[in-house]
Each structure stands twice: as C-alpha cells, then as structure tokens.
Design a protein around this ligand. Structure first.
Ligand code: ADP
Ligand code: ADP
Length: 223
C-alpha cells in the first residue's frame, strides 16, 4: 500500500530530515513510526499524503508514484487517506456534525446520505449526544474522536496519525488506539507516528524507529 524507495527529504540544503529511507507497508498493516523529536516522523507522514515531495527516491502510495502526481491530482490521492494530528485541527465555529460531514461533502455525497453516515460514525465513537456541540465545548479525548470520525467516515484505504495521543490521558489514549485497531480490522492500513512508548508497547504492532532521518529498527522481519 505504501512504499518508500531510497527516500531522502531535505527542507534546507545540507540537512536531511529523512535520509535514504526504504520501507514497505503492505495493505492492511498497522505500523508505529517512532523516534525522538526531530527524527523525521512527521516528514515521513507528509510524504505519504503528498504534502511534500521527496528530494531523492520514490514514494508509491496505493499504486501511484506521488513524485509524478501533479498538483491537481493530489486531492484524488487524499480521498483515500484519512489524517489526524495531535492538535485535532477541527473547525472551531462548526458543529461536530459539520466537522465530520466535510469529508463526505468534498466527495460529493448527498445531504441525506451524509447525515446517516456521519450519525452512524459518531455513534460508533460514543459521540452521538455531542453532534450539535462545537469542538471547544468538548474534552481533548472527545475532540480527538471527532477528528478520527472525520478521518475515517469515508472508510479510507490509509489512516495516518501524527502524535494522536499526545495530549490525552491513559483512558482516552486507549480509546483512540482501539478505534485505530477497529479501522485496521475493517481493512484500513494504519500508520501512527508517536514517541509514546506505552502506547506502542501495549499494542503489539510493527514498530519502525527513526533516528536522525534514518530507519534504525524495524520489528517486521520481512522488511
Ligand atoms: P518528528 O516528527 O520526528 O519530530 P520532523 O519530521 O518534524 O520530525 O522533523 C525532522 C527534521 O526536519 C527536524 O530536524 C526538523 O527541525 C526539520 N523540519 C521539519 N519540518 C520542517 C520545515 N517545515 N522546515 C524546515 N525544517 C523542518
Ligand atoms: P511535528 O513534529 O508534530 O510536525 P513540530 O513541532 O516538529 O511538530 O512542527 C510543527 C510545525 O513546524 C510543522 O509545520 C513543521 O513543518 C514546522 N517545523 C518544524 N521544524 C521546523 C524547522 N526546523 N524549521 C521550520 N519549520 C519547522
């Protein structure tokens, strides 16, 4: 589903945020990308959703070489990719329903189908009673679940998460991780960047560790 072939990425000359990274994430895999701050985790995720193009090497996502995509093709790539961030990035002046509906509006879904699907999704997340609230009235854990609902409502092929549990307590962390697991069981390939050792250790999933832009450990022996 995701392939990096000798990928390097430099924001500035002479300093590589990623350095000769090769990685294969098969369809249906669940991978944690870890490493200290500045190791290159966010950069790796940005390359997958086409927010960056590599300075060297090739990135293949869902059979497409993102290096060769034009600017206008990037939105089509992103339709298959759900993304969540540590700071949620919800629209503060829109309701929970509207925040999640956006994903489907962009895809051209009809209003009634959107209503049904969004309600179903929010119910799964235990948020159906918050449907008309605005994000700032929600707890951190609830906000992250709204962000996850928005990322998952169209059943994306890939889910990317950048430090998704950073600001959450243990109970909320577990809830978020179990949502990742369920999405993964339903067929979504999941890539989570985190430096949270406890989240990783309790999940028993593949771990790729970055150090100064290089992969220094990959628990998947087939790679
Ligand atoms: P991580 O997510 O592991 O903290 P990042 O991918 O954010 O690591 O950063 C990797 C390296 O690239 C760091 O040295 C960081 O300072 C640098 N970097 C990240 N984003 C930018 C940017 N937009 N401009 C310049 N340098 C950046
Ligand atoms: P994260 O690792 O989760 O992306 P950071 O705090 O590293 O969080 O980065 C936050 C923002 O700052 C990102 O948009 C990143 O591109 C940018 N950034 C990070 N490092 C640098 C840097 N050295 N120079 C310029 N921008 C940077």
């Amino acid at each position: 589903m995701i392939e990096f072939h000798n990928v390097s990425m430099s924001y500035q000359r002479d300093t590589a945020a990623l350095n000769d990274v090769s990685l294969k994430v098969p369809k249906g895999d669940f991978v944690f990308v870890t490493g200290s701050s500045g190791a290159g985790k966010s950069t790796l995720l940005r390359l997958i959703y086409g927010a960056l193009t590599p300075s060297k090497g090739q990135v293949i996502v869902d059979g497409q070489n993102i290096t060769r995509l034009t600017r206008s093709q990037i939105p089509y790539l992103r339709r298959n990719i759900g993304v969540v961030f540590q700071d949620f990035k919800l629209l503060p002046n829109r309701t929970v329903l509207e925040n999640v509906a956006i994903t489907l509006e962009v895809l051209g879904w009809g209003k009634r189908d959107i209503g049904k699907k969004v309600y179903h999704m929010l119910k799964q997340m235990g948020l159906e009673h918050k449907i008309n609230a605005t994000p700032l009235r929600l707890s951190g854990g609830e906000q992250q679940r709204v962000a996850l609902a928005r990322a998952l409502v169209n059943d994306p092929k890939i889910l990317l998460a950048d430090e998704p549990t950073g600001n959450l307590d243990d109970e909320n962390k577990e809830q978020i991780i179990s949502i990742f697991r369920e999405a993964n069981i339903r067929g979504t390939t999941v890539v989570v960047a985190t430096h949270d050792r406890r989240v990783i250790d309790s999940s028993h999933k593949r771990v790729v560790r970055l150090e100064s832009g290089r992969i220094v450990e990959d628990s998947d022996v087939s790679n």
